[in-house]
Design a protein around this ligand. Structure first.
Ligand SMILES: [Zn+2]
Length: 344
């Protein structure tokens, strides 16, 4: 019997990894714009492979790729009829790879829901619509077998609370995170720390922030959240170099002055060293669930795991620059002749 998410968090930091949609878009399996994970049905091996890469890099949770696999989004791409199959298959794939884990007890499997774009705090009728969307997605996920559920990129506390209720109705632990696109508050006007305090009071086991902000601009908000709640805190920034001028990935501008989000963000990508530093900073802050979101690559995750003192399967191939002909202690005279051009 493998330890639950709450038991694992009590024992230490849990390392997560997300960003499946962005990475599979880059690999040519998801269409940017709608960002619907059709890949789950169309190219399941591509999903399996990315799960495996994150697992080998040290991720302790396999998050089922059901982000945006909800009724509203599938309707946009004309695949509403595939809704159930897509949701069930995503969980099956995550479970299958989680079992490949060499770590004791295997990796955990998380069901996943996100903001629906259907919620409107001014329109009470949308509450039932959103609840029904979450209930069907998570009903299938629970049926296939998940260890807990991550409700993420929530713009509204109101919508996050609907997800929390549905997760609790299924008797599953909940990790609920808000999307910090605004400077201080959710779109329905709660300071992020207050929103997290309310979610914790309502019974979420893990609260925090994910997506939109890079490590540098997410840290101050997480510090406030850490002070405000007793429960576990999650932090899953995007690996982009956001700063005071452009605090979110949506506000980053290309050299031409265009919005770089979502498909021109590459020049802002954090290095593995940036993300290793972030992991240590998050640990220092008292973050319990340290992860990464859109833009993540397995090299980031491995660097984070190793910064936390872990040796993971992919560590077998971690850099050994002392074996590089130009970086070894004694560079041969022939190879040393390369140096002038390398240093030019
Ligand atoms: Zn993200």
């Amino acid at each position: 019997m493998s330890a639950s998410i709450t038991e694992r968090l009590r024992a230490g930091i849990v390392l997560g990894a997300e960003g499946y949609v962005f990475e599979l878009e880059r690999r040519g399996y998801i269409k940017a714009g709608p960002f619907v994970p059709e890949v789950v049905l169309d190219y399941p091996d591509a999903v399996r492979e990315l799960h495996r890469e994150f697992l080998r890099a040290g991720a302790q949770v396999m998050v089922a790729l059901t982000y945006y696999a909800h009724r509203e989004k599938l309707r946009d791409v004309g695949r509403e009829g595939d809704l159930e199959a897509m949701n069930r298959q995503a969980v099956r794939i995550a479970r299958q790879v989680a079992r490949e884990s060499s770590a004791g007890g295997g990796a955990l499997v998380a069901g996943n829901v996100c903001n629906t774009w259907a919620y409107d705090p001014e329109d009470p009728a949308t509450v039932a619509t959103v609840r029904a969307m979450y209930a069907e997605q998570l009903g299938w996920a629970a049926d296939e077998g998940v260890d807990f559920v991550i409700s993420e990129t929530n713009d509204y506390l109101g919508e996050a609370l609907i997800a929390l209720e549905v997760i609790q109705d299924l008797g599953l632990p909940a990790m609920v995170t808000m999307a910090p696109t605004q400077p201080h508050r959710t779109r329905d006007g709660y300071e992020y720390a207050d929103a997290c305090r309310i979610l914790a009071a309502e019974g979420a086991q893990i609260v925090g922030l994910n997506c939109d902000r890079g490590p540098r601009t997410m840290v101050p908000l997480i510090a406030k959240i850490r002070e405000s709640v007793e429960c576990a805190v999650a932090m899953q920034p995007v690996p982009y170099r956001t700063d005071a001028i452009a605090p979110t990935m949506e506000t980053l501008l290309s050299p031409k002055g265009d919005r770089a989000f979502p498909i021109e963000l590459d020049p802002f990508t954090c290095t593995r060293f940036d993300m290793a530093k972030f992991a240590l900073q998050a640990r220092e802050l008292g973050v319990d669930y340290i992860g990464i979101c859109c833009g993540a690559g397995p090299h980031h995750v491995r660097a984070m795991a190793e910064a936390l003192g872990r040796e993971v399967p992919a560590s077998k191939y971690s850099p050994s620059m002392e074996l590089h002909p130009m970086f070894r202690a004694e560079v041969s005279p022939k190879d040393a002749a390369f140096l002038p051009s390398w240093n030019a």
